[in-house]
Design a binder for this molecule. Sequence first.
Ligand code: CP
Length: 329
Amino acid sequence: MATTTWTRHHVLSLADFTPEEYNTVLQTAASFREVLSRRTKKVPTLQGQVVANLFFEPSTRTRSSFELAAKRLSADTLNFAASTSSLTKGETILDTAKTYLAMGTDMMVIRHREAGVPQAIASEMDRLGVRVGVLNAGDGQHEHPSQALLDLFTICTLIDPDRPRLELLKDKKIAIVGDILHSRVARSNIWSLTASGAEVHLAAPPTLLPQLFAEFVTDTPGKLFLHWQVEPALQDADFVMTLRLQKERMTQYLLPSLREYHQHFGITRNRLRICQSDVKVLHPGPVNRGVEISSDLMDDPQFSLIQTQVTSGVAVRMALLYLMGSSKA
Ligand code: CP
């Protein structure tokens, strides 16, 4: 593995990621993808280190791929599930984190339904003066940095498998369609994709895409556009990212019906006809088939990168754990 000048101790948000950091993650993930293609898919890089997965909210992809990534790097892993933990007896989140610290944890991967929890734990670790890296695995509606980085890796490796890099997306048109309002994935994607110089087009019903998103990014090479109909976002798009309707975060009536939503915003083969002929479709998962994307399109390898995204997730999360574990900060 190449030596690096990575200095970021925690990965909590992509808002302040630099182009150099994006490219370091992409290139490191490419090296790990090569490791994962070997017969023996394991390296001793994090031998002796402990990675704790603290998931206070359900997850399939993120949790399992962080666990597998840590194991492929030879780290010891601890897996916490809120429902079977001492949180149910009144222990606080910070005391839970300190309990894992006392067991010798080196890195904590944290998901929580409330925005800001990974940041709060990272601040507590810093206040205690301990070298424990905190990775945000999704906090409320705020951010999901590792998902956006694996999305970036998936797209960039499609364009140049050997040398994925941010600059490959300059001049690309990328549509993000769906429940933007409640999506931490969309927020992280907006940071990474506009940093690449791409044109990013958001499309959703007005209740799921407030005008304030227009001010989301400033000072990036890329541009951000808002649409309350799907067609202008899809027209000539190179990539279409679909998003699940996050009903668990909807506190009020925001949609007419799932059928009507699919009719107006669902991504189907027919809708893709106005995109570039080689358009590809992504979805962070989990998918509600037949709502945000038609079931046949989801399973069509000509268009769908959904399984590739999951595969990319292991290499990208290995890269993050490796870089944080060898941080010079
Ligand atoms: N994309 C994503 O975060 O999926 P999980 O909720 O299954 O981890």
